[in-house]
Design a protein. Sequence first.
Length: 288
Amino acid sequence: MPEGDSIFRTARALNKAVAGKVVTGFETTLAPLARVNDDAPVVGRAVERVESRGKWCLIYFSGDLILLSHMRMSGSWHLYKVGERWQAPRSAMRIVITCGDVQAVGFSIPVAEFHTARSLERCAQVQELGVDVLSAGYNVSEAAGALREHKCANPDAEIGNALLNQRVIAGIGNIYKSEIAFASRVHPFRRMQTLSDGELELIAEIAQRYMRANVAEGKGAGIVTYTGPRGTTGAMDRRSRLWVYGRQGQECRRCGAIIEMRKQGTGARPTYWCPSCQPAVGSREARS
Ligand SMILES: [Zn+2]
């Protein structure tokens, strides 16, 4: 699943390519979008800006029209020159926005809605998002406060699940969940009530640091948290640049213990940790 950083990069690339341009073509296979487009055509409007909020992508058109999309597991936006060969099958195309010689193509996008500024204000999934880890306004104490509130309301919730809860902090996905917990030396299955304010503060700080590092201008598409000696890792292989994610059965890069994996939460998302760097204080397994 794309994490907040890839949506952030997508929105930034779309913004660079089409903001300020007039839409010259619009095509969609999604009936609800097509209906809106029939009544209030997108063609002729200017793209005002493209931005991300958590894992949502928002394309603002002139005349109070906003295209809200969510990638879930498989969706993506690509940019092409008109006539360029697409990197995904035409059958996966859901939305094409053409601005002169540039095309933004949305493939396999499962959630897409047109909004006005007013209807967006009533869209609970967007309005209830927690503080966006990639927004300029992200503040570590505020995010730590959101984690503390979540802990008070859900003392038995596991921190790994709390990190994926977009209403607490928006933008963290399943890979970063494990990486952030590792860097914070917190076992991902620990219950919220066992976490100190200091640990929550550290988690809020590391979440921002990792996510920001991955959207720095000029960086490639890889998710990088582990930046150890190149001699021991193939720098081009994404998994070899992570501390624990995807490394079940391999040695911890910090202490040499064997990385473990277990599925977590209602989505049964694979979760990785080092049993030695991240002791199971207060987690269910510590009690059993
Ligand atoms: Zn370790």
